[in-house]
Every structure is written in structure tokens, then in C-alpha cells.
Ligand binder design. Structure first.
Ligand code: NAD
Length: 343
């Protein structure tokens, strides 16, 4: 099948990564880039890429069938609408837009122009997330009823526009959208109730982290936390099931699953805890539990880019669906509306 001609709009951190690492040559022909910064234009030239003069030049190139938007968040909408109206298919970086109403506008144009619009929710392919998905499916720790997903750093908010509210800065829209998207696709159940807090301890006009606890209608509780002031990290995943508990420490997939054997003949002996004694918090006897390795994740059948190729060329089902992305946008709006502020 004929390759898709693709142009990259925004050749910064993520745009260059798409070009150098993500876009498969087998299915795509990179026709060039457009970036408003002269410096990035020069980098593209050094990398042997064609540089378009402006967005109109990209959109009037008939060989460009796909526009990849990898610009700061506040510019996604305008570029998406112009690209769709010019008859291009669009891959848009996350967070899809600044709000659900912006997204609705864009989706209307995609429908009217009959073009594909798909968001790069790439962390659905993360191996640590796929381990959790495997635990969910294989029931190694029983029925999962609590999922805690965290990313912790100690470097504050990176870069420039990520500090600016009007540009869509802050951690909810940055790492938050990935983690919430993972939980949304995994649990697949509407929100019954939610509590959240946003951290502003670094004194920026945007959140430097947040915690949200969601009770889903199917009874599952999820906790999602992003921190940029965490000099000691909590585990990437902590998951409780009816038969056991699993932990994944980091993206290296180190971790373990401890499950109950059902052999509770030996009741735990009380232990000294602080100045008191406890049996409740004593470790279970050796016979009562078993340590299992984490399951091997089932890797996804197709990459984001191969799926997008098939959606455009064959009318295949998009792996990242716009309804899902919209649900997560609504969830983030709810977090902004309802969260307490920590300063
Ligand atoms: P960046 O600042 O490194 O790069 C953005 C580039 O866009 C800059 O070179 C800038 O000059 C250019 N630009 C700004 N406005 C433009 C416009 N109107 N037209 C053309 N070029 C323009 O930012 P980044 O880290 O690359 O982030 C870009 C997008 O990618 C954001 O939406 C971000 O959330 C997303 N992102 C996604 C992931 C992921 O894992 N999916 C990771 C990082 C960033």
C-alpha cells in the first residue's frame, strides 16, 4: 500500500522524537516540517528535512496527507482545524486540546471533512501499563479493586510554555492526561465520585502536580498522582486485588506480586510496633503467602503509527478513539473545577 506523506508542525522536543524514532519509514514519507522558530528550522535542515515556509505551504502541498501537530497545547485547535479543512488527516499530540469545547469544534470539522483525527496517547503502549492490564485480565491477584498510578520527579515543571496557563501548562495536562487515559481505558467505568487536589507549591501559575482519587461506578477505586517535587518516589503502580497485591516500582518493570495461598493455618504472631503490639499489621506467615513474578506484558499488536496508517488507508478501527479522549478531557476539566489547592 502506498506510504502516507506526512508533515510535522512543531519540530521541538516531541516533533524531533517523532521524526527520529517513532514514524516508521515503511508506512510514512516525511515530506517536511514547519516550526515558527528559526533555530528549529535550522535543526531540521541539518537533519536533512525539508522546511516549509509556513503552515499554508504545508497545507497546500498535495503530497502531504497527514499533519502531525507537535506544538504547545494552545495551538493545537487552530492547526487541527486548518489542516482538516485543507483535506489533511491529523495526528495530534496530547493533551488533545485546551478544553472539551475546543475538541468538539475540531471533531465537527473532522466529521464534515471526513478526515481522520487521532490523538497520540502513546502511553497506552507502555510496558508497565501493559503489565497492569495483564494482571487485570489474568486475575493473578484476584479481581483488582484498587489501582494507584503515580509518576514522581523532583525537577519541577520543565521548559517554558509548560509554566504558562494560557498555553496549557501544568501537570494535569502534561503527565496527567497520560495517567488518566490509562486508567480510563483500563477500568472502563464511569466516575461515581471524585476528590482531587492541585499543587502550586512551586509558585507557578499552573499546577506542579496533583492527586485525584476516583470511585468508579463498578466499585473500583483509582488514585492518580503526578508530582514534580518528590525527592523520594513512591512506586509507579500499586495494585490491590481480592487475592493479593502487586507493585511495580518503576519503568524498568521491577516489582513483585504477593498472593494469598489460602493456607492460613498459622496465624500471624503479634509484633512490636512502635511502643505497642500488633497482630493486625504483623506480616502474614510464610505459608500464607507466595511471591510471584510480575506477568509478562502482552505487547500491542500494532504500533500507534501502523494503526493510524490502517485507519486512513483501510478504514480500520482507530485504537485511540476520540470519545475516550473526550471523556478524559471532561475528567480533567472536572479536576480543575473541583480540586482543592495546595500551596
Ligand atoms: P517544545 O516546546 O519542545 O516544542 C514545540 C515546538 O513547536 C517548538 O519548537 C516551537 O517553536 C514550535 N511551535 C510553537 N508554536 C508553533 C506554531 N504555531 N506552528 C509551528 N510551530 C510552533 O514542546 P514539546 O515538548 O515538543 O511538546 C509539543 C507537544 O507535544 C505538546 O502538546 C506536548 O504536550 C506534547 N508532548 C507529548 C509527549 C508524549 O509522550 N506524547 C511528550 C512530550 C510532549
Amino acid at each position: 500500500m502506498e506510504k502516507l506523506g506526512l508533515a510535522i508542525v512543531g519540530y521541538g522536543g516531541m516533533g524531533t522524537y517523532h521524526a527520529s524514532t517513532l514514524i516508521p519509514e515503511e508506512y510514512y514519507d516525511i515530506k517536511g516540517i514547519f516550526d515558527i522558530a528559526k533555530k528549529q528550522q535550522a535543526v531540521a535542515e541539518e537533519n536533512g528535512l525539508n522546511v516549509y515556509e509556513d503552515l499554508d505551504a504545508v497545507l497546500s502541498d498535495k503530497d502531504v496527507e497527514v499533519v502531525l501537530i507537535a506544538t504547545p497545547n494552545d495551538s493545537h485547535k487552530e492547526i487541527a482545524i486548518k489542516s482538516l479543512e485543507a483535506g489533511k488527516n491529523v495526528i495530534c499530540e496530547k493533551p488533545v486540546m485546551m478544553s472539551s469545547s475546543e475538541l468538539d469544534e475540531v471533531l465537527k470539522v473532522a466529521e464534515k471533512t471526513d478526515r481522520v483525527f487521532m490523538v497520540h496517547q502513546n502511553r497506552r503502549w507502555d510496558p508497565d501499563f501493559l503489565v497492569i492490564r495483564e494482571l487485570w485480565d489474568n486475575k493473578q491477584i484476584g479481581e483488582i479493586f484498587q489501582i494507584e498510578s503515580r509518576v514522581h520527579g523532583a525537577n519541577g515543571i520543565p521548559g517554558d510554555w509548560r509554566h504558562v496557563k494560557s498555553q496549557g501548562g501544568g501537570m494535569v495536562l502534561d503527565w496527567g492526561v497520560h495517567l488518566l487515559d490509562q486508567i480510563h481505558t483500563l477500568v472502563g467505568s464511569p466516575i461515581k465520585s471524585l476528590t482531587a487536589d492541585l499543587s502550586f507549591v512551586l509558585g507557578n501559575e499552573v499546577d506542579d502536580g496533583f492527586t485525584v482519587t476516583i470511585l468508579h461506578e463498578n466499585g473500583i477505586k483509582s488514585v492518580v498522582e503526578v508530582g514534580t517535587t518528590n525527592f523520594v518516589k513512591l512506586p509507579r503502580w500499586y495494585v490491590k486485588g481480592t487475592k493479593g497485591t502487586a507493585i511495580i516500582h518503576d519503568w524498568d518493570l521491577s516489582g513483585t506480586a504477593i498472593v494469598a495461598t489460602g493456607n492460613d493455618a498459622a496465624t500471624p504472631a503479634p509484633i512490636q510496633a512502635g511502643v505497642g503490639l500488633t497482630k493486625t499489621m504483623a506480616p502474614p506467615s510464610e505459608e500464607a503467602t507466595e511471591e510471584l513474578p510480575l506477568p509478562t506484558p502482552h505487547m500491542m499488536n500494532e504500533s500507534f503509527y501502523f494503526n493510524f496508517f490502517r485507519v486512513v488507508r483501510e478504514g480500520a478501527e482507530p485504537f485511540v478513539k476520540n470519545e475516550e479522549v473526550r471523556d478524559v478531557m471532561l475528567l480533567m476539566e472536572r479536576i480543575f473545577e473541583e480540586a482543592d489547592i495546595v500551596k
